[in-house]
Design a protein around this ligand. Structure first.
Ligand code: AHR
Length: 494
């Protein structure tokens, strides 16, 4: 058995974690909305048409913020189509996913659903086929108290008090040729700056996220961020990062080393932000919103068979494996380790579409990736603490010297509990871990683990609990981390 040691010194605080790093995402895509969170007439749905069984799985995740309505969808979306009386809403072609959008579900329905789910809205505006004028109208509709055209229309639609949406995204993946109204960095930078200006003039309390690159492999990555920030720096608060990870090559050690890809991406974007900060001679720091991340590759072939203009087809329905859950755990550790800079993040997405929760007409169930997300959102609130690791390393096809363990510690806000999150990506051997915590007197409580599974094990409607965590008594001193495992060690601080 391999041996490893971790040393935790609470003087080495990385940052107070912004809880919004446990955000998620709902797009008008596939069965995320229709047949996912919303299915009027289904026996499991409530009086508003919201699936109760889905809400029962969403609530424990305690999600602070959910991005909506896209994604690629937003770049052709007229927000006015999704407000007001349902019978007057138009049916439209959605050119992002080549489906038919009925608009039965829009902003008001989503807000009602969020109220039941206990989350806040992160609203994306269309900077693809539309621009500053529709964006500022939407802010006025959503956030202005009343007495103007758009705010009075909201009141006429039945919502007297404003929605008070605080966080807004300035479009989606505008560097991607697949995007409706894709732009060069110059074109987007100018459009986003003008939209941002009008949106903040309409409501000075909002915060804004500019689009960064669609992923770190885009040919324009780096230059895009620099150019866009040179235009929008004074108006925005965040820049976005998106990245999806794949094990299409069936090389699990490399797949599990993708945490390093995420970490390098974050570090590079932070450096670019600070370069522009220096050039602008300003004290303002731009923070990062990693508002799309997940594993995405299982459904790609199957999705090629979808016919055009279907309503809510089965699309992007990745069935997640045990190893996907391990990577998602590692990605969450990476976000927490970078919580001094990453202040928002969204696991993309929430239901049916590359999602931790799946449904059929009878039931909803948790996919494997649900569990690390649940654990991080539950136990990783408070202060992120650096962990000094002594463990063996390996070389993957993408990264050298990858430590077998990825870990971070979190001290709760009132400092009465400590959680240590550890991914063991050694696929051959268990690891005997010595835990040394300085500056704190602690009592070992519980060890939660995803372990003892085949890497390709999944959950399904028939076997919804095939992969689920075990809860055991945490030993004082040395802890055994099973090969290929996700671990949460919980301690009481005395
Ligand atoms: O989350 C699925 C899609 O991935 C989103 O619509 C888009 O922003 C990204 O490319």
């Amino acid at each position: 058995m391999q041996k490893a040691k971790i040393l935790i010194d609470t003087d080495k605080t990385i940052s107070k974690i912004d809880e919004r790093i446990y955000g998620s995402f709902i797009e008008h895509l596939g069965r995320a909305v229709y047949g996912g969170i919303y299915q009027p007439g289904n026996p499991n749905s409530d009086e508003d048409g919201f699936r109760r069984d889905v809400l029962a799985l969403v609530r424990p995740l305690n999600i602070p913020i959910i991005r909506y309505p896209g994604g690629n969808f937003v770049s052709g979306y007229n927000w006015e189509d999704g407000v007001g009386p349902k019978e007057k809403r138009p049916v439209r072609l959605d050119l992002a996913w080549f489906t038919t959008e009925t608009n039965e579900f829009g902003m008001e329905e989503f807000q009602k659903w969020l109220d039941k789910a206990g989350a806040k809205m992160m609203m994306d505006v269309n900077l693809g086929t539309r621009g500053p004028d529709s964006a500022r109208a939407l802010v006025e509709y959503a956030n202005h108290p009343g007495g103007t055209y758009w705010s009075d229309l909201r009141i006429e639609h039945g919502r007297k008090a404003p929605y008070k949406i605080k966080t807004w995204c300035l479009g989606n993946e505008m560097d991607g040729p697949w995007q409706m109204g894709a732009k060069t960095a110059e074109e987007y930078g100018r459009a986003a700056a003008e939209a941002a200006k009008l949106m903040k003039w309409t409501d000075q309390d909002i915060e804004l996220v500019a689009c960064g690159s669609s992923n770190s492999h885009m040919p324009t990555f780096g230059q895009w961020e620099k150019t866009v920030l040179s235009h929008v720096y004074e108006y925005v608060d965040f820049i976005s990062l998106h990245e999806y990870y794949s094990n299409a090559e069936d090389d699990s050690p490399t797949f599990l080393s993708e945490t390093e890809t995420m970490d390098k991406f974050i570090k590079k974007v932070s450096l670019i932000c600070d370069e522009v900060k220096a050039e602008k001679k300003t004290d303002k720091t731009i923070y990062l919103s990693f508002d799309e991340y997940n594993v995405w590759y299982h459904s790609l072939d199957q999705d090629k068979k979808i016919q055009r203009w279907e309503k809510a087809p089965h699309r992007l329905e990745d069935v997640y494996t045990f190893e996907d859950a391990l990577l998602v755990g590692g990605l969450l550790i990476t976000l927490i380790k970078n919580s001094d800079r990453v202040k928002m993040a969204c696991l993309a997405q929430l239901v049916n579409v590359i999602a931790p929760i799946m449904t059929n007409d009878e039931k909803a169930w948790a996919q494997t990736i649900y569990y690390p997300y649940l654990h991080a959102s539950t136990f990783a609130r408070g202060y992120a603490i650096e962990v000094e690791q002594q463990c063996d390393k390996y070389d993957s096809k993408k990264h050298s010297n990858v430590p077998y363990l990825a870990s971070v510690a979190v001290l709760s806000e009132n400092k009465d509990s400590l959680a240590i999150f550890i991914l063991n990506r050694n696929l051959e051997e268990d690891i005997a871990l010595e835990v040394d915590v300085r500056n704190l007197r602690i009592t070992a409580k519980e060890h939660i683990a995803l372990e003892d599974h085949g890497l390709k094990d999944t959950n399904s409607a028939e076997m919804p609990e095939n992969v689920k965590p075990v809860h055991k008594k945490l030993e004082e001193g040395t802890v055994i981390l099973k090969k290929a495992s996700w671990n949460v060690l919980l301690y009481k601080v005395n």
